[in-house]
Design a protein around this ligand. Structure first.
Ligand code: SF4
Length: 477
């Protein structure tokens, strides 16, 4: 994508909720007319262009400001296949321009009070604050560091408001103590198994309890998803509470899709008060992939990186996002999702590093079938020097049928499933489920030998009975 993209298709701009004074309206109108055609600007009021290689990220239908998502690819956006994945374009250009380290800065959510208003006046007032003469001198000095410093003095306060204050540094957890069995076992070096149970589609909990009873003896913790695939189900918090009462350690998944900044913080505190200490932050599937595609697909309030940033600050800095003190902060082990096969390994590694810097302590990957691709991704994590800062659990799904294999291969973004596996499942005919379990066992045996992998996250999609066999056979081999 060229630097300027006149006439490129972009989504409509935001307009201010409140009526601005005439000079503000004039400036905003001018900015909209100029930056819209040039950059695809949507007038978010908090410009990030310099961190995103001069491509506006607000074109992303998921509204991700710290992208890409787990479905990112070179071909197209998985929410709207008529447009390119804008985050793939941003990463590609950033790498080409040597600006990839800029992608690590944790960028703030939209300040909705400023959405639709201009950014230029903020820049001008910041130039005045730092001293116009000093800024101009700084721009023309031969010293590169001073040139960058003068630029940052003006633009950093514009893009990083004081209530957010994001950066690109690693923030180790303040307390070393484990807050859950999952954290304790991972820290002790144990290779762990976790799984996930889909919350019920109704209010009866018999099946849920039965499934928890089946998996409990074999895994360290059980994830409960947050309306996965954008289909409403029993709340993950209710399932976590039931699991905790049954003596099973839960991992509470929270999506940015279903939780704005208020809901997210309040749920974290509420869950923690109920003894839920593992929290996994994900952006979530777009509503267009779910049962109610007419739901808002335009903009989310937060993205997963922002959720992690908020959660870590709640725990370690004892503050709500609005800066109020939290007297009894949540004790949480923070998790994030990772997608080794989305876009390119070096792109995804930047994204995983950003999550780790923001505060993620464990990463659970999307479903993986190919160990070679996994190794390529691990190599990139190693180069980014994050393998000693985060625990990695690899996602494994036993295939149950040819139909399921074809669905995973062709419909689910971020998954690579080889023709060789497809042939094995096809050849197995009625025994496809058995073959799927055998494939999972072989894969886990390979993965256990890879350095840097700390466990397996089994996603059996309703076939909880296969867990005992898969774990049993991979532990004894
Ligand atoms: S980041 Fe915001 S202000 Fe900057 S170009 Fe995009 S929508 Fe416009």
């Amino acid at each position: 994508m060229s630097l300027f993209t006149p006439a490129r298709r972009w989504q409509p701009p935001f307009y201010p909720f409140k009526r601005e004074k005439f000079p503000g309206r004039l400036l905003a109108g001018t900015e909209r007319v100029i930056k819209g055609p040039l950059f695809g600007c949507r007038m978010c009021g908090n410009c990030l262009l310099q961190e995103t290689a001069f491509i506006c990220p607000m074109e992303c239908p998921k509204g991700i400001r710290n992208g890409p998502c787990g479905g990112s690819s070179a071909e197209h956006c998985y929410v709207d296949n008529t447009r390119k994945c804008i985050w793939y374009c941003i990463y590609e250009r950033s790498f080409r321009m040597g600006r990839e380290e800029k992608l690590l800065e944790v960028l703030p959510p939209v300040d909705w009070d400023k959405a639709g208003t201009e950014t230029w006046a903020d820049v001008v007032s910041q130039v005045r604050k730092t001293g116009t003469g000093k800024f101009i001198k700084g721009r023309f000095t031969l010293d590169r560091m001073r040139r960058m410093e003068s630029w940052e003095n003006v633009f950093r306060p514009v893009r990083q408001p004081v209530w957010w204050d994001g950066d690109s540094s690693f923030h180790p957890p303040v307390s070393a103590g484990p807050v859950s069995s999952l954290e304790m076992k991972l820290k002790s070096g144990e290779f762990v198994f976790t799984t996930e149970i889909l919350p019920p589609l109704h209010s009866d909990t018999d099946r849920l309890r039965k499934n928890i009873t089946i998996v409990r003896p074999h895994v360290t913790a059980v994830n409960f998803t947050d309306n996965s695939s954008a289909v409403p189900r029993m709340s993950g918090m209710a399932c976590c509470k039931i699991a905790a009462e049954m003596g099973t350690e839960p991992v509470f998944q929270l999506t940015a899709r279903d939780n704005n900044r208020y809901a997210f913080q309040s749920k974290v505190i509420g869950a923690n008060a109920m003894g839920i200490n593992n929290i996994l932050c994900i952006t979530g599937d777009s509503p267009v992939t779910g049962s109610a595609p007419e739901a808002n697909m335009n903009v989310l309030d937060l993205d997963s990186v922002q959720m992690i940033w908020i959660l870590r600050r709640m725990r370690d800095e004892k503050i709500w996002l609005d800066g109020r003190e939290i007297k009894f902060p949540p004790k949480v082990f923070i998790g994030a999702a990772a997608s080794p096969f989305a876009s390119r390994p070096e792109f995804q590694a930047v994204r995983e590093q950003k999550k780790v810097n923001a505060g993620a302590q464990f990463l659970q990957t999307n479903v993986v079938f190919e160990s070679d691709g996994l190794e390529a991704w691990m190599e990139q994590l190693y180069k980014r020097n994050i393998l000693d800062k985060v625990f990695i659990l690899v996602g494994v799904t036993p295939i149950r049928s040819l139909k399921m294999a074809l669905h995973l291969k062709h419909e689910v973004p971020g998954i690579v499933l080889s023709d060789q596996i497809l042939k094995r499942i096809e050849k197995a005919g009625d025994s496809a489920q058995e073959e799927g379990i055998a494939i999972s066992i072989e894969f886990i045996q390979k993965v256990r030998k890879m350095s840097g992998i700390n466990g397996i996250h089994l996603m059996t999609l309703g076939c909880e009975s296969s867990i005992e066999r898969i774990i049993g056979e991979t532990q004894t081999s």
